[in-house]
Design a protein around this ligand. Structure first.
Ligand SMILES: Nc1nc2c(ncn2[C@@H]2O[C@H](COP(=O)(O)OP(=O)(O)OP(=O)(O)O)[C@@H](O)[C@H]2O)c(=O)[nH]1
Ligand SMILES: [Mg+2]
Length: 227
């Protein structure tokens, strides 16, 4: 089959990325370290979610964060306040983290802490609803956030992110009373895009749903560690 040159280049890039992602995963497995890739459009609430989650999670499990942003260390600075190892990865023009960047981030993390001592590595990807889902980083699970201010149709319009996700967090549900938003329509659009994904409604304001999310992560860590 003859593919346009741009498609061939893209396939080649994705192929090389997958190769590095496999290497990253082997490293994570050797460290017995569960890696989650946290993705969403800009502002859906990834960093706020991590701030609240890590307050509790880091008391039970040794946790670290790789923090991806195109520019600035603002999010990394927010998470460093929790006294856990945080490595910022500044991607420049790239609208996603790729496996090479995560490999570089892991090397910097190794200088801060022996990853054998860690249980979980949370990777906050660059805010973008398309590209991060196309680039494996060696993660064990993908978590996609979708805030209710983004609209019910997003799983249909940006299917790759939602098709790939193991867990979809519907965020900012505290705003439901103020919006003309049909959460059942969103859930039906999620189900038609990815019937296998776990779905949790969550609010970083009221903290609703955090018990389910913390439970989801804890179970994944314990199952991974016991394998
Ligand atoms: N009402 C409400 N606001 C929220 C919630 N979660 C986050 N926010 C607000 O949404 C804004 C963006 O949150 P962040 O956590 O910075 O979003 P992000 O996904 O990390 O953004 P990027 O890293 O830029 O992609 C902030 O003003 C948060 O306080 C929520 O559950 N409810
Ligand atoms: Mg953020």
């Amino acid at each position: 089959m003859h593919l346009p040159i741009s498609d061939k280049i893209e396939l080649n890039i994705l192929h090389q990325n997958s190769h590095q992602a496999e290497k990253n995963k082997i490293k994570f497995n050797n460290y017995n370290l569960l890696c989650l890739n946290i993705m969403s459009s800009p502002g859906a609430g990834k960093t706020r979610l991590l701030e609240i989650t890590l307050e509790d999670l880091s008391k039970k499990f040794h946790s670290a964060v790789l923090e991806g942003d195109m520019t600035t260390n603002l999010d990394a600075a927010r998470l460093e306040k929790l006294n856990i190892p945080v490595v910022p990865i500044t991607t420049g023009r790239a609208c996603h983290l790729d496996a090479n960047m995560v490999s570089g981030g892991l090397k910097l993390l190794e200088k801060k802490i022996n990853p054998n001592l860690l249980d979980i590595l949370l990777v906050e990807n660059v805010g973008n609803l398309v590209c991060p889902a196309e680039f494996e980083i060696g993660e064990h699970f993908k978590v996609a956030l979708l805030s209710i201010t983004e609209g019910e149709d997003k799983p249909l319009k940006y299917p790759i992110m939602f098709r790939e996700a193991d867990l979809i967090l519907i965020t900012k549900v505290d705003l439901l009373p103020h919006l003309n938003f049909d959460i059942n329509e969103l859930k039906s659009n999620i189900a038609s895009t990815n019937p296998k994904a776990d779905v949790i409604e969550i609010s970083s304001i009221t903290k609703s749903g955090f018990d389910l999310w913390q439970d989801w992560i804890s179970k994944k860590i314990l199952k991974f560690k016991n394998n």
